[in-house]
Each structure stands twice: as C-alpha cells, then as structure tokens.
Unconditional design. Sequence first.
Length: 199
Amino acid sequence: MERIPVVIMDDEKPACERLTKILSGFPQIEIKGVFTRTEEGITFILQKKPRVVFLDIEMENNISAFDVINTLNKHGSRPIFILVTGYEQYVLKALKYEVFDYIMKPVDVDELKETLDILISDGAGTRDYEMFSGGEAFRVNFAIRLALSRVLAHRAGARHCCAPWRGAPRDPATGAGNQHRRDVRYAPAGAFAGYQSVF
C-alpha cells in the first residue's frame, strides 16, 4: 500500500514533536517534513506536494492557517488540510474553507485515528460507497459539524448522546448508522449564541 505523504506545520516545537510521535504510530503515514516557520513550510509544500498538511491555525508573525491556504491556492496547490489548534473560535471559518477536519489540542489519539482511518481508506480506494454519505462535500461538512459540536460542548457543558461514528458504514436501505457507534457530546441549547450560522 502506498503511504500517505504528510507535512506538519506548527509554530510550537513541542506541538510538532507530539503530533510527529502520534503520526509515527501509523505505518500508512509518511511524514515528509515538519516546520515551525510558515515560509519554509509553504516552499516545501509547493515543491514536494504532500497529500495532507496538519496545520496550526495561529502561526508566527500573526500568520494564520487561512493565509497559508490562500497562498497555496494561488499557486495551484490544494492538499488536504487538517487544522490542529488550541483555539475554538475558528471552526466556522474552517467550514467555509472546506478543511478536512478541525482537531482541538491537546490532540486526542482516538479522534485523530478516526480522521486517519478515512484518509487511509480514501487513499486505498477501499471506503464503502455508503461511507461517502452522499458525496465528499457532505462528508467534509459533517466532519466540521462534529468538530463544532465538540468545541461547543467543551465551552458550555454537554449531555451525551449515542450517534453513528462518522466513518462507520450505513444501512443502504434506511441510511441509518449500524452498530459501530461512538459517544458524541452535543452542546446544550443556547451554546451557538454569538456564532454566525453558515449551515
């Protein structure tokens, strides 16, 4: 199986080291470069064209992940972006930029594994048709909505609800998730106050 080339960009060296250690546990992932400086990371990405970029939102010198995405887009480069951040307020903007996922720091290994399982299945061409849930755009939006749910739950307290894991196969007849379920936190009423709706 061909390994997935990955680049990590974070202005905090400890965060880079932790994510590198976690990703090194996945034999399907090949870390091509780790960068704490934006300019060096962008130059490398344009030259080597990795499939996936793990990107911190707030980089050095007030440069944001969205600045990086815009710069790469101008040069015709569009890798898969996974935002890894300690800041919750950018989740709706991330949805507009159609990033693959939005992961809060400290990185939860199980949450990251779910994201990588989908990436690896996509790369191998083995993901079931039902797992696309109506298309890639919907899947991306669904991933971000789950991320938003986690963020808002973290802010305002949460109740638990059993919901289908986003990578789990679905019943083709009913569209319902099967027994592969995970515990998802949902934000209580009023938690969306102050957020502009983009759904």
